[in-house]
Design a protein around this ligand. Structure first.
Ligand code: MOS
Length: 700
């Protein structure tokens, strides 16, 4: 099929733009919406995992006799007796296939038993001995084994260069050279990672807490050497993921392996909160050096962003923290680099806005410092360096309105009353200040999603797509898109998602769910109307895939935003609070203002969390995260969030997708921590370049 010459927009929507309540909301608050672990299955067994207590080495001996002897134990599985897997392409999923230990907390076995209590007791009875080797879990900028990966997360090159940055920095009137760091952080969705696995007649059924049912099926088909049709994955409701459920991790394979020991019986496996700190990915620590050069008018002449991050020895993941610096500001001379250290640590992965979240923290604090060095207001400095076209590709923006976000935010936040002098506003022992930072996130799309539409039985349309709602509002937004695409009332749509029995859909990740799935639904609706007309016969059905967007190669598709934060720092204790925060976003058309606002303020809340609280503390002696629970890994909660609001510019992106929307799942976190750090400088005169903003950093 030929790609259309330009994207065909839904120009006259009715349901799109309505602030509909979540269609699954009542089921969730009344407790009838089944999450993976609660999925009703007959007489389940329970899995308890055994985990390595060393960070590197081999399992030298295992004694399972006491565990096996316990009444109610069905199977004890280790590398010695585990069924063989078919593919070791992904070493993270090569579970119990050898005696090697690559990081502390790695699975070394599992107990399957009639009750969770027996499984746990039996697991405690298994004796594992190790031949330990020295491990190395510490990321430092002066390591001599840093290397350049071929690609970074998202598929772009590790390094880019344009012009002569060294010469530009030498000739610049004003320069900045600073290093910023972010710590290891862990995704903590409310619902832990959970899999219920059942083998029947050589087919595998998984009720899995995942961001992509088809992604799990595809991956497990490879790992187990099965035809994809022999695997079914279901995820009707998911309690958050933030990226950690975007790819299947080892626990899914472990559950499926263990369930082979008891064909016909479902095996339930829910990770504990503590286990989530070594088995489901995390955000790598980052060390980021920023060098900027500007002329006397405050126009950037050079941007250099050098990033050092870590990965695991068994699987490479490169957090693309320098990538946002490729699109943010105009400077003729630019260079971005990524270097990796492979350590004896768990596999890092996606955490809400991987790359952009830590990268824009560094970039936007550097921009604040540079504005001050240039003697310019930080908003004016950003406006002066706003690029007309994408600096990397030269393509026009599909809808960059960063300046609009900055101006609208400045107006609402009262920026014109701001005295730029730091450290002079003191009231009752609290110093106060305000700060700003930009946000950006790409509008990705990935080919392949398809949807089917069937009319009846009854006067409604069944709209089927193997998408997943991880708590974002996809159930509701997709229903609205389907109603407009079919030109029928919302009440006539019966959406079905969350199952591999439904047409293929890409993962809920990269803020691209609505773009991919909405485009597929629009394509299916158009094909349906062409085939069956406005008055279809009962049972009429059509399936169609999303079409390639020709504009994605001609335009640079990104969302933008601006964060404004007010920060109070106690002069004596260093305690820091964020009493007020506003985000203004340029994200194309908003499908549902109610659920969209949730996404924006949810992202911003996670940004406050990143700024003030989140840090995973690695103990280099043992190779594990010490503060691996909610008692000690702090995330922002109600008392940390005060007057926090998000608004958006009224937009329709004619180039992004047929709905006119761009993604909104991740941009809320991007830049939020920088705005808070910049406000903390304005409050105190102390420039913090290392997250999180703990009180000690203000007591120098
Ligand atoms: Mo998001 S971190 O792409 O699930």
């Amino acid at each position: 099929m030929n790609a259309p010459d330009r994207i065909d927009s839904l120009l006259e929507p009715h349901a799109i733009g309505m602030p509909l309540e979540r269609i699954e909301g009542q089921a969730k608050v009344t407790g009838t919406a089944p999450y993976a672990f609660e999925h009703p299955v007959g007489t389940p067994l329970y899995l308890r995992a055994l985990q390595a207590t060393i960070a590197r080495g081999r399992v030298s001996a295992v004694d399972v006799s006491a565990a096996q002897a316990l009444a109610g134990v069905v199977a004890v599985i280790t590398h010695e007796n585990a069924p063989r897997l078919a593919s070791d392409d992904d070493k993270e999923l090569w579970v119990l296939q050898s005696d090697e230990v690559h990081f502390r907390g790695q699975f070394v076995g599992a107990v399957v038993a009639e009750t969770p209590e027996v499984a746990r007791q039996a697991a405690d009875l298994v004796r594992v001995q190790y031949a330990e080797q020295p491990h190395d879990v510490t990321l430092r900028a002066d390591r001599d084994d840093l290397y350049t990966p071929e690609k970074v997360n998202g598929g772009s090159p590790a390094d880019t260069a344009e012009g002569d940055v060294d010469e530009a920095l030498r000739r610049a009137s004003i320069t900045l050279d600073q290093t910023y760091t972010t710590p290891m952080e862990h995704n903590n969705p409310m619902e832990p990672h959970t899999t219920v696995a059942l083998w029947e007649d050589g087919t595998l059924t998984l009720y899995d807490s995942t961001q992509g049912v088809h992604a799990v099926r595809t991956k497990l088909a490879t790992v187990f050497g099965l035809a994809p049709e022999r695997i079914r994955v279901s995820a009707t409701h998911v309690g958050g993921g933030f990226g950690s459920k975007g790819v299947p991790h080892a626990h899914v394979v472990l559950a499926a392996l263990a369930a082979q020991a008891a064909p016909g019986r479902p095996v339930k496996f829910a990770l504990t909160r503590q286990q989530m700190f070594c088995l489901v990915g995390y955000r790598t620590p980052t060390i980021q050096r920023l060098r900027l050069g500007a002329d006397e008018q405050g126009r950037l002449t050079a941007i250099v962003h050098d990033v050092i991050v870590q990965t695991s020895r068994i699987k490479q993941f490169t957090e693309q923290a320098a990538v946002p610096s490729r699109v943010m500001y105009a400077a003729r001379n630019r260079r971005t680099t990524h270097r990796l250290a492979a350590l004896d640590v768990p596999v890092p992965s996606w955490m809400r806005a991987p790359g952009e979240a830590p990268g824009m923290f560094a970039g936007e604090v550097a921009m604040d410092e540079m504005a001050i060095a240039c003697g310019l207001d930080p908003i004016e400095f950003r406006i002066r360096n706003d690029p007309e076209k994408d600096p990397e590709t030269g393509h026009p923006w599909s809808g960059r309105n960063l300046i609009g976000c900055l101006r609208e935010g400045a107006r609402r936040f009262g920026w014109d009353r701001r005295d730029p002098t730091p450290g002079i506003r003191r009231h009752n022992g609290w110093l106060s200040g305000t700060g700003v930072a930009s946000a950006t996130y790409p509008c990705f799309s990935q080919a392949g999603s398809a949807a089917s539409i069937q009319y009846g039985p009854g006067e409604h349309y069944a709209v089927r797509i193997g998408a997943v709602d991880i708590g974002t509002g996809s159930w509701t937004a997709l229903t609205q898109i389907a109603a407009d695409a079919l030109d029928c009332p919302v009440a006539a749509i019966r959406l079905e998602i969350g199952d591999t029995r439904l047409p293929f859909a890409t993962v809920e990740g990269g803020s691209m769910g609505i773009t991919c799935w909405g485009s597929a639904i629009v394509a299916a609706a158009r094909a349906f109307r062409e085939e069956h007309g406005a008055q279809p016969a009962e049972g009429a059905q059509t399936t169609a895939a999303m079409q390639e967007n020709p504009d994605s190669k001609r335009f640079s598709l990104h969302s933008f935003g601006a964060h404004f934060a007010e920060v109070h720092v106690h002069a004596d204790t260093g305690e820091i609070r964020v009493p007020r925060m506003l985000g203004v976003f340029s994200a194309g058309r908003i499908i549902n203002p109610r659920t969209a606002r949730s996404q924006f303020i949810g992202g911003m809340t996670m940004g406050v969390s990143m700024a003030l609280l989140e840090v995973s503390i690695m103990d280099p002696r043992f190779g594990h995260v010490v503060n691996h629970d909610f008692a000690e890994y702090h995330i922002a909660s109600n008392a940390d969030i005060a007057d926090l609001d998000a608004i958006w510019l009224d937009e329709h992106d004619a180039h992004a997708n047929p709905m006119g929307s761009r993604g909104i799942g991740e941009i809320g976190i991007v830049g939020a921590a920088a705005a808070i750090v910049n406000a903390a400088w304005h409050a105190t005169g102390i420039r913090v370049r290392e997250l999180p903003l703990t009180p000690d950093k203000f007591l120098s």
